[in-house]
Ligand binder design. Structure first.
Ligand code: SAH
Ligand code: SF4
Length: 343
């Protein structure tokens, strides 16, 4: 096993079956995590980048089988923030120090490219010092280009799984892995700092599909990778499925860090939902980003991707102080800066 880890550290190509061995081996976790921390620290020190998350719409025209916001879920409560509410939410975050924001939502036809263009321009004109990440799903190349022109710096679009059969288990037609991957290559081409990623332990996943994810990540070379456990939602076809394993998620975070020491790796909310200590464990496995939720409280519980999603207290400034002191106690340096990928 150590031979494989050395191969990874030396940047040699790893085959599908070798990835499977790395992913399925529990016995090297402590070694993996300490190597992963070492690699992260060589590039980013003990910094943890905080990005303010604004979940601005819970409408979605897609029907992903794992997600509580899927179109077929008639019980989901839907909301859309108004344009001025989005700006105010960012303004509040900016006031307490955030210089990096993530706008995330379902694929909501109300937020056309023209409308998003206007919103992004507005945000960028008001807060030119801040980095903006979008996470609003699959769009055309023209739309991605236009939103980049409006000022978006980064884009998060998890590929969810790199195995096409598994992709089909998770997503009904007309969604396709091919289109998802094309979107990701387009985002890279347009100069976005691009985020891929996958759920761990989603129905139909296996060490093999996760190995395919690692190969896809090696090829795409994204600047970010979001990895979190699958968590069932009671109003989806996957309501009775098992949630993904926390320790397997941590292993994948560590392996991704070793694959690219520079990569931005969030310790995800799903990890914090599956395990009280999950987000800290994520950092200990090599993650270096946390995305505190800035979504106005009166809608926050409606953005329910999965059950028991962690909803922190109502006061963003107070939450931030608590998070900062927890991170400080664990020996990390919380940073509210743009937090760009270091080449
Ligand atoms: N609509 C956009 C962004 C919002 S969903 C998109 O799909 O890209 C953001 C992420 O939440 C998804 O990429 C998925 O990986 C994750 N997610 C959705 N449902 C989940 C679940 N039940 N368990 C864990 N993660 C989930
Ligand atoms: Fe919509 Fe994203 Fe949920 Fe899929 S994962 S249903 S695209 S919000």
């Amino acid at each position: 096993m150590n031979e494989l880890i050395s191969k990874l550290l030396e940047n040699e190509d790893i085959s599908l079956s070798e990835w499977e061995m790395l992913i399925s081996d529990e016995s090297s976790d402590e070694l993996l995590f300490s190597l992963s921390r070492e690699k992260r620290e060589a590039v980013y020190g003990r910094s943890v980048f905080l990005r303010g998350l604004v979940e601005f719409t819970s409408f979605c025209s897609n029907d992903c089988r794992y997600c509580g916001l899927r179109r077929s879920n008639r019980n989901a409560e839907r909301y859309r923030l108004r344009e001025d509410e989005i700006l105010q939410t960012i303004e509040k975050g900016h006031e307490i120090g955030f210089r990096s924001f993530v706008l995330q939502g379902g694929e909501d036809p109300y937020f056309t490219t023209e409308r998003m263009y206007r919103i992004l321009k507005d945000i960028k004109n008001t807060f030119p010092d801040s980095a903006l990440t979008l996470s609003i799903g699959e769009l055309s190349e023209d739309s991605y280009r236009s939103l980049k022109e409006a000022g978006a710096d980064r884009y998060l679009l998890r590929h969810e799984t790199a195995d096409s059969e598994h992709y089909r288990v998770l997503h009904p037609e007309p969604m396709s892995l091919e289109n998802r991957m094309n979107c990701l290559y387009t985002l890279k081409k347009l100069g976005y700092q691009t985020g891929a990623g996958m759920m761990v332990g989603s129905p139909g996943s296996s060490f093999r599909t996760l190995a395919e994810d690692m190969i896809f990540i090696s090829k795409l070379k994204p600047e970010m990778v979001g990895i979190g456990p699958f968590i069932p939602h009671h109003d989806t076809p996957f309501r009775a499925e098992k949630r993904g394993s926390v320790s397997l998620t941590l292993r994948l975070i560590a392996l991704t860090r070793l694959l690219n020491p520079h990569i931005m790796l969030p310790s995800t909310t799903a990890l914090g939902t599956a395990d009280e200590e999950g987000q800290l464990k994520g950092l200990e496995a090599g993650a270096n980003v946390i995305m505190p939720n800035l979504t106005p409280l009166y809608v926050r519980k409606k953005y329910l991707l999965y059950d028991n999603k962690k909803i922190s207290g109502d006061e963003a400034a107070e939450n931030l102080e608590i998070l900062k002191s927890e991170l400080g106690e664990a020996g990390y340096i919380p940073l509210l800066t743009r937090g760009d990928y270091i080449l």
